[in-house]
Design a protein around this ligand. Structure first.
Ligand SMILES: Nc1ncnc2c1ncn2[C@@H]1O[C@H](COP(=O)(O)OP(=O)(O)O)[C@@H](O)[C@H]1O
Ligand SMILES: [Mg+2]
Length: 403
């Protein structure tokens, strides 16, 4: 048999297997897209989902954040493909030669090879799949065939599994991270930890940053929080550029806007719970009363306890109460449950849910995949870049997480 045909069949078999072993259609699509991205070595893959004549990104892999992007039917390549239901292959694309494509992707990627394919169920047009740039070279016709077949497999799967539900809308970006790099220099050794991160944080969302230990999650979080400076790139928070700001400005930025929760609780050992909160409350104009904050985290009866008189989970809840006393717009939590047992972890995560209800935006770093289920969006970091973004159409309740 022709080698390329054999390879095509092998890819199809693998993808078919992934789809039929996935519990829901969302998972099938994500896993299928991931497998395709890996097989054809694509820099970016995007699943666009159509609703009321507008296409929006639902899941993607690659170093970009396109959460807020939209295409109307007929608009750009994506809108055209959806309208005509005909795939467009631009396998050897010359950058700058097509204005539709150029405005399709603005940040982070220079396009040189694109495959754009419609996908539907047996009864309904659902969206568009897009693959952008092969890492070394350009996509082949065979690869484009595989992706078209993938979209057919999806159509078949859609009749068997529950239909895809509408993705949610996100608010305005509160924080915009662009092309952030961070290097550490020790003598002659330069370690490139972050290699170009693009990311938006939207008002009111729970964003989970997921990645293996050492991949740069804390580094990224510290840069977003104004605790560390990047080597290059920009971070805009609520309209203000924080990269290059003076120490005084950064201190003010953190004091007014940001709450922190760390893996180690960092409570003052010689102060009781209430006093630990009062210490922070004094820094701002309109603090939440310590009793209210401790009530929110379920520790109203522990106000006078010292850290040493509380369990790890309780201490972490005090540290969460301390973060919300300032009524910050944005809270950063770096592996808040990493030092806790399962039950305490769930209690802490339930407190996080309560905080979200008040409209606070939460960025949580973790290496625990299960915690991703309670996020609005999951941003996966790998090799110093954003490797994948998932939008959860339904946020799992913390009490339902299991590990
Ligand atoms: N001061 C430093 N000098 C050199 N390398 C560092 C320094 N701080 C962190 N790193 C390296 O940066 C990488 C990312 O660290 P970190 O952001 O803490 O990862 P994570 O939070 O994902 O576990 C690690 O490989 C770490 O060894
Ligand atoms: Mg870390």
């Amino acid at each position: 048999m022709d080698q390329s045909l054999l390879r095509t069949y092998q890819m199809m078999a693998r993808v078919q297997n992934i789809i039929s072993n996935s519990e829901t259609i969302d998972v099938a699509l994500r896993n299928g897209m991931r497998a395709i991205a890996e097989e054809v070595d694509a820099e970016v893959t995007i699943l666009w989902y159509a609703e009321d004549g507008v296409l929006r990104p639902y899941f993607w892999t690659g170093p970009i954040d396109i959460t807020s992007e939209r295409r109307r039917v007929g608009e750009g390549i994506v809108g055209q493909v959806f309208k005509t239901q005909k795939a467009i292959r631009m396998l050897d694309y010359v950058p700058g030669s097509d204005e539709h494509i150029e405005r399709d992707l603005k940040d982070g990627v220079e396009i040189n090879s694109v495959i754009t394919i419609p996908f539907s169920s047996m009864t309904e047009q659902l969206g568009v799949l897009q693959l952008i740039n092969k890492r070394d070279g350009v996509f082949t016709e065979e690869e484009a065939d595989v992706i078209e077949m993938f979209s057919m497999l999806v159509a078949i799967a859609l009749t068997e599994k529950e239909a895809l539900a509408e993705p949610k809308d996100f608010g305005e970006p509160l924080l915009c991270v662009r092309d952030i790099t961070r290097e550490y220099v020790n003598g002659d050794v330069v370690t490139k930890v972050l290699k170009g991160i693009n990311l938006d944080v939207h008002k009111g969302e729970l964003l989970v940053l997921l990645g293996e230990s050492g991949c740069g999650k804390s580094t990224l979080m510290n840069i977003m929080a104004g605790l560390d400076a990047p080597t290059s790139g920009s971070v805009e928070c609520m309209g203000k550029q924080i990269v290059g700001a003076s120490q005084d400005e950064l201190t003010e930025y953190r004091r007014v806007n940001i709450g922190f929760i760390f893996q180690s609780y960092n409570l003052m050992p010689n102060l009781n719970a209430r006093q630990n909160l009062d210490l922070i409350g004094e820094l701002v104009d309109d603090p939440m009363p310590a009793a209210d904050a401790l009530g929110l985290v379920g520790l109203a009866d522990r106000m006078e306890n010292y850290p040493s008189q509380m369990s790890g989970g309780q201490q972490q809840r005090v540290s969460i109460a301390r973060a919300i006393v300032k009524r910050p717009r944005l809270i950063f939590a770096d592996e808040p449950t990493a030092a806790l047992d399962y039950t305490s972890s769930i209690e802490v995560l339930q407190v996080m849910e309560t905080i979200l209800e008040s409209g606070t935006t939460l960025v949580m770093v973790t290496h625990n995949e299960e915690i991703c289920r309670m996020a609005d969006r999951v941003v996966r970091i790998r090799n110093g870049r954003v490797s994948e973004v998932t939008i959860n159409r339904i946020r799992a309740a913390a009490k339902d997480l299991v590990w």
